[in-house]
Design a protein around this ligand. Structure first.
Ligand SMILES: [Ca+2]
Ligand SMILES: [Ca+2]
Ligand SMILES: [Ca+2]
Length: 342
């Protein structure tokens, strides 16, 4: 509650898509682009890259050593947790080595959840799951607690349990942002995050966040993102200024998607449920493969992602990270969650 005006944000994102149109993504200019760009492009506060020092907060210090993330093949709600033990995923988590493209013998994380803003016990049993053990957030009530990831033949599904304020202390909404590498391990995508600079639109501004990739992130090259600026109840089959999916790639697109993020307007579905006063705010989203790839999905690929909370300007993040990373340096990415698709 004590964060500075620049230090608040969160995003939640969800997407689904079922469209089969060949051109599901429409790059577009935001109506407010020019004026907003001039008026709202304050230089990021570079020094605010770190979470508030613990000495000015009552929040307990996270135990970096012992609090390990959970990345498991079954949801916590699975009645049969023993059915899917996945030592490989656990090992990835424990060693800090990025979960890389070495697909193991585990069952594919296939599922087809209902996009309704509720994480039901049965719908993510096969999904990858990343959990935060740094609780509460240094930016409470902005929280990033849990993430589920799975897919089916049609779409990629993502569920995030967490929340972000819509107007913290009069500042622009915080956002939950999830950056997606659709073909992890290949040379495509953007790895220099400072190149992402679209200051027109609430979510785009938040997504213009100069994260730093470290060696632990491997060959992470982002093609797109899902996000929500200001969590509230949302039901949407498209993307808009405050929520949804964006593509930054290819860089040859006109206009340049690195500075004018392309809204994914078809093939997505997002529902967020604001359960005020609880820790159960949820966004679920899906994006059709044909929208994520702007064409057919390769027969096999590896999805990689990471999630953060960012403030409205995109220049600061609290200590909660997914997959669980280094709480003291949330702007530095040393872990990504990966999912082989086959
Ligand atoms: Ca659901
Ligand atoms: Ca924009
Ligand atoms: Ca990529």
């Amino acid at each position: 509650m004590k964060q500075r005006s620049l230090a608040l944000s969160a995003v939640a994102a969800c997407a689904v898509c079922a469209c089969v149109e060949g051109q599901p993504t429409l790059p577009r200019r935001d109506a407010t682009a020019d004026t907003a760009r001039e008026a709202s492009a304050p230089l990021p506060d570079v020094t605010s890259d770190r979470p508030s020092p613990p000495d000015d907060q009552s929040a307990p210090l996270p135990d970096v050593v012992d609090d390990r993330p959970t990345i498991a093949m079954d949801s916590g709600a699975d009645a049969n947790p023993d059915a899917n033990p996945d030592a490989t995923l656990d090992a990835r988590t424990d060693t800090g080595v990025p979960a890389d493209a070495a697909p193991d013998a585990a069952p594919a994380p296939r599922c087809t959840p209902a996009i309704d803003g509720t994480i039901s016990p049965a719908e993510y049993t096969a999904a990858l799951r990343a959990q935060n053990t740094t609780l509460p957030s240094a930016w409470g009530p902005n929280e990033l607690r849990e993430l589920y990831l799975c897919y089916d033949d049609r779409a990629l599904y993502l569920a995030v349990r967490g929340s972000v304020e819509t107007s913290p202390m009069g500042s622009p909404a915080n956002a939950i942002v999830v950056y997606i590498d659709r073909d992890y391990g290949s040379a495509t995508g953007i790895s220099l995050f400072s190149a992402l600079n679209d200051r027109s639109g609430a979510l785009d501004t938040a997504l213009s966040s100069a994260f730093t990739l470290t060696a632990g992130a491997g060959a992470f090259g982002v093609e797109g993102a899902f996000g929500v600026a200001g969590l509230r109840t949302i039901t949407s089959m498209s993307s808009d200024e405050t929520q949804g999916w964006r593509l930054f790639w290819p860089t040859t697109a006109v206009p340049d998607r690195r500075t004018n993020f392309a809204y994914v307007v078809t093939g997505v579905s997002t529902q967020c449920q604001d359960r005020a006063g609880t820790m159960d705010d949820v966004c679920e989203t899906s994006i059709a493969w044909t929208s994520l790839f702007e064409g057919p999905r390769p027969a096999t690929t590896t999805i990689a992602l990471f999630a953060r909370i960012v403030n409205g300007a995109g220049d600061n993040s609290p200590d909660q990270t997914l997959p669980f990373d280094m709480p003291a340096t949330p702007r530095s990415i040393s872990r990504v969650l990966t999912m082989p698709v086959r």
